[in-house]
Each structure stands twice: as structure tokens, then as C-alpha cells.
Design a protein around this ligand. Structure first.
Ligand SMILES: Nc1ncnc2c1ncn2[C@@H]1O[C@H](COP(=O)(O)OP(=O)(O)OP(=O)(O)O)[C@@H](O)[C@H]1O
Ligand SMILES: [Mg+2]
Length: 335
């Protein structure tokens, strides 16, 4: 029986296969290139590589935005395409057990959209599990009644902070803050500091390659784009130290929300969290010194998931192998 865990993140869709030793079988940007709002030109990697390079009648759409399905037609096309890329026959997919990650505290309406999406893609046996459970399991945490886990995930579009126990989510929040905000901020900062307009892909690359929250960030890169003065192609050197603030403002925001979550905890849970610290995940944690900075802002120990960007989908794999826990944490009954 095929078992798949799927995390349709705002930036990247990840698929993990749990019935074989294949592990992560797909990691592709969650986007679609569309011509004149209708015809699909490319999906995933191919679509992302077109960002900022297409003529005006082609647009790049992220059908899952901030954890919710915002464009059903394109989400369907994207998921169908990704499923076709993992080398599983359509007939086997109909019988497969599939687990989907959904944002913490997802609304009934948003969950109904996921149900409609999976039905449309021919998936029959589907579980939906809130992301913090998966992230914690994927990072190797043991979720029990007596030892609640505090996890914090910063992805491309969403951040989730939650304290969970086997009994459920004790306190949690999903906020629309993530790496995308940092990329946009980098674009404005380079434009105002260096009179250079860079594209979204370039900004993301700069963030991931040289940015750091270290007080002595040393990296630099030559950024290419167009001059905001002459509109001509141009290149200027950019220093990591000048961009630190572009990241820090959003990390501070996430920490602020996380502290709000901590403030609502019953005293005994607060004591456990204080003792165990925070479990960090999400692609943004790969940026140097982000985990250390968050730990110091929260004033607690931190533990970083080994594969921060894949924790959620890996946790889906863990749950698919543990029926009891799966039925406990899933928002629905698939059988
Ligand atoms: N070294 C890196 N490699 C890949 N992504 C990175 C790296 N460093 C930072 N990132 C950033 O991490 C973010 C993507 O993280 P992740 O895959 O966890 O998000 P997601 O699950 O797709 O989105 P979300 O959870 O917000 O719905 C992007 O903003 C990306 O630029
Ligand atoms: Mg994510």
C-alpha cells in the first residue's frame, strides 16, 4: 500500500514516501506559470525559474498562499502534476494512504478546500494533520501528555508557533510572516541603498546565500538588476551587514507572537517549556544565526530540526507508520 505525506508549503511542496525507503520523493516550488490567466505553461521548478523573466501576458501564481488554497484550479493542476512526477500509477494513487499537512488552527472552510482538492486529484484515503504535530515528530520529538513540546516553524509565507501535547494543541498561532516578507524587504532596501531594482528570485538568492543575523555578518555579493535611475541593466556590490535588518524585523515579529502564545500557557506547561526549550524548523532557520537569535530573544534553549525545511513532511512519514497516533492527531477519519 502506497503511503505519502504531502506538505504543500507556500514556497515548496514536499512529498515523502513512507511505504518504501525512498524518503523525500519530491521537493518543488509551489508555483505555476500561466499564460493570459488561463493556459498553464510550466509547473514547479520550471515555473519558478521564469519569475520576473516572462512577457506581460504570463504570470507566476502560487496557488497555496499562506497555508490556504487561494486558486483551486491551479492547485489541482499543480498537485496532479507533482503526483505524476513521483512515479506512482494513477490506479495505485486511488488506493494510497495520503497525509496532508494543514496550518495550525485551519478554518472549516479552508479545510473543506483541501478536501475538495484531494478528491479532485483522485485521492481517496486522506488524513489532514495540523502542521505543528508533524514538525515536532519530524524533528524527532516525542509528543506525550506529560512533556509538551514548543515548536516554532518559519517558512516562506507562514510561521507557526505552538505548544502541543498528545492531548492536542495547548496553545498555538499561525501568522502570515515568513521568508517572502524578507525577500520583499531586501528588494526595497537594495533599491534605496544602491539605486538598483532586483527581482524576487535574486532577492531570495541573496537572502539564502549571504544573509545572516550575526552581528558581524561579512558576506557580500554582486547583485544584478536594473538601475532605478537610468532603468538600464546594472550591478552593484551588496553587503550582508546592510541587509540584516530586513530579516530581523520579521524574526522579531514572529518572536513577539510566539511570546504571546507562551503567555497563555498554564503554569505547569510553562515550566516544562522552560526546561525543554523550543524546537525550531522551516527553511528560514537555515539562515545563519537565526536559530541562535530566536533562542536568545525567547530566553530559552533551542533545538534545531536536522532538516528544518523537511521536518513537516518527515513527520508525516512518522505518523503514517503509527496508526494509533495518526488517528489521534488527524482532523478527520479516513477509514
Ligand atoms: N538554504 C536555504 N534553502 C532553501 N530555502 C531557504 C534557505 N534558506 C532560507 N530559505 C527560505 O525558506 C523559505 C522556505 O521555507 P519552507 O520550505 O519551510 O517554506 P514552505 O513550507 O514552503 O512555506 P510555508 O510553511 O510558509 O507555507 C523560503 O523563504 C526560502 O527562501
Ligand atoms: Mg512549511
Amino acid at each position: 500500500m502506497i503511503k505519502l505525506a504531502i506538505d504543500m508549503g507556500s514556497s515548496m511542496t514536499k512529498i515523502y514516501r513512507a511505504d518504501t525507503n525512498s524518503g523525500i520523493v519530491l521537493a518543488e516550488p509551489s508555483c505555476v506559470a500561466v499564460v493570459t490567466g488561463e493556459q498553464i505553461k510550466a509547473i514547479g521548478k520550471e515555473a519558478k525559474s521564469l519569475i520576473g523573466k516572462t512577457a506581460e501576458f504570463t504570470s507566476i501564481v502560487y496557488p497555496v498562499y499562506e497555508g490556504e488554497i487561494v486558486n483551486m484550479r491551479l492547485a489541482e493542476a499543480m498537485l496532479k502534476e507533482f503526483l505524476s512526477r513521483i512515479d506512482v500509477k494513477a490506479s495505485a494513487l486511488r488506493r494510497a494512504q495520503v497525509l496532508f499537512s494543514v496550518p495550525c488552527g485551519i478554518s472549516e472552510k479552508a479545510l473543506a478546500d483541501y478536501v475538495a482538492l484531494t478528491e479532485e486529484c483522485g485521492l481517496r484515503k486522506v488524513w489532514f494533520v495540523e502542521q505543528p504535530y508533524l514538525t515536532a515528530l519530524g524533528a524527532g520529538a516525542i509528543i506525550s501528555d506529560t512533556d509538551p513540546v514548543f515548536c516554532l516553524d518559519i517558512g516562506g509565507g507562514v510561521s507557526n508557533a505552538a505548544v502541543i501535547s498528545e492531548d492536542g494543541i495547548i496553545a498555538g498561532i499561525s501568522m502570515n510572516v515568513g521568508g517572502n516578507n524578507m525577500d520583499a524587504n531586501i528588494i526595497s532596501r537594495i533599491a534605496s541603498n544602491s539605486e538598483l531594482l532586483v527581482g524576487a528570485l535574486t532577492a531570495e538568492k541573496i537572502k539564502n546565500e549571504i544573509c545572516s543575523l550575526s552581528p558581524s555578518a561579512l558576506g557580500s555579493v554582486v547583485a544584478e538588476g536594473s538601475s532605478t535611475k537610468t532603468c538600464q541593466p546594472a550591478a552593484v556590490p551588496v553587503q550582508a551587514a546592510d541587509l540584516t535588518e530586513c530579516l530581523r524585523v520579521y524574526i522579531n515579529k514572529v518572536v513577539e507572537y510566539a511570546i504571546e502564545v507562551l503567555r497563555t500557557l498554564p503554569a505547569e506547561v510553562a515550566a516544562t517549556v522552560n526546561r525543554n526549550g523550543v524546537l525550531l524548523s522551516g527553511g528560514v532557520m537555515k539562515i545563519p544565526y537565526v536559530p541562535q537569535y530566536i533562542g536568545s530573544m525567547l530566553g530559552m534553549r533551542y533545538r534545531m530540526s536536522e532538516e528544518p525545511q523537511f521536518s513537516t513532511v518527515l513527520g508525516g512519514g512518522v505518523l503514517l507508520r503509527d496508526k494509533v497516533l495518526l488517528n489521534k492527531f488527524a482532523k478527520n477519519r479516513a477509514e
